[in-house]
Design a protein around this ligand. Sequence first.
Ligand SMILES: [Ca+2]
Length: 114
Amino acid sequence: MIPNEADRGPAADPDGDGFTNLQECLFGTSPVANTGSPTTFESTPGGLIVRWSERANATYVLQESTTLEEPWSTSSATITDAIHQTGVATDYVRKQASIPLGSPHKFVRVQAAE
Ligand SMILES: [Ca+2]
């Protein structure tokens, strides 16, 4: 499916998943197929594992907040290449970080920019 002209801009969201074409490009997801969030979360006994895909020539910052209000702080969690790279788009690398569970509860997100 080729999006019409109005759906090709960086701020457009032709698949209606809530992520712009720019965000889809940064995280390696399809801009024309609603396939879910660019980040995935897995709850494990050791903590919450956050995974996302990164491409070269873009910057990514894992951030945490206890309130969802700005400013968020940069997470001190260690970010590594995920063991499983199956299904990752060409030219992207799946990354992961483990966030310890406990108090205070916190929110995490990945900020990306070109
Ligand atoms: Ca989208």
